[in-house]
Design a protein around this ligand. Structure first.
Ligand code: ZN
Ligand code: ZN
Length: 142
């Protein structure tokens, strides 16, 4: 595991207590918001705002996150979180290379703007999608 942030860090982030830290060194290939019910459960009801970072563009720089893969869900994602403070940090999918970073864990999330809204079939009435964002009822077909 790489423990030092690379020189070309574009973004850094971590959990609420600061034990687990990461660096992003490549530009995201997808920026979006997911409305699925699992994301609502993790977020407190809002869509999850995320960016997909290419496989070599994500590095843990401090601490070791705990992880969870649902044993009862086929093709389940793996969720990484701090087992000290509980913050959800990133997700990986078995069918997709790269790391899905949760925008709220970035030290400076202010530059983020979603381009796609996914799993919108699960959206709650009070969820909003910004103008110009492409909406997918499920997952976009690659
Ligand atoms: Zn923590
Ligand atoms: Zn989701």
């Amino acid at each position: 595991m790489t423990l030092q942030a690379t020189e070309n860090t574009l973004n850094a982030g971590g959990c609420y207590c600061g034990a687990v830290r990461f660096a992003v060194s490549q530009r995201p290939v997808v920026k979006g918001q997911c409305h699925c019910h699992a994301c609502q459960r993790m977020s407190g009801g809002a869509p999850h705002y995320f960016m997909l970072v290419p496989p070599n563009g994500f590095h843990w720089t401090a601490g070791t996150p705990a992880q969870f893969t649902h044993p009862d869900v086929e093709g389940a994602v793996t969720r990484y979180f701090c087992d000290g403070c509980g913050t959800q940090l990133v997700t990986t999918r078995p069918d997709m290379p790269g790391t899905i970073v949760k925008i709220g864990t970035l030290d400076d999330p202010s530059g983020f703007a979603p381009r796609v809204a996914i799993c919108h079939a699960d959206a709650l009435e009070f969820h909003t999608v910004p103008d110009g964002v492409q909406v997918f009822e499920g997952l976009p077909v690659a």
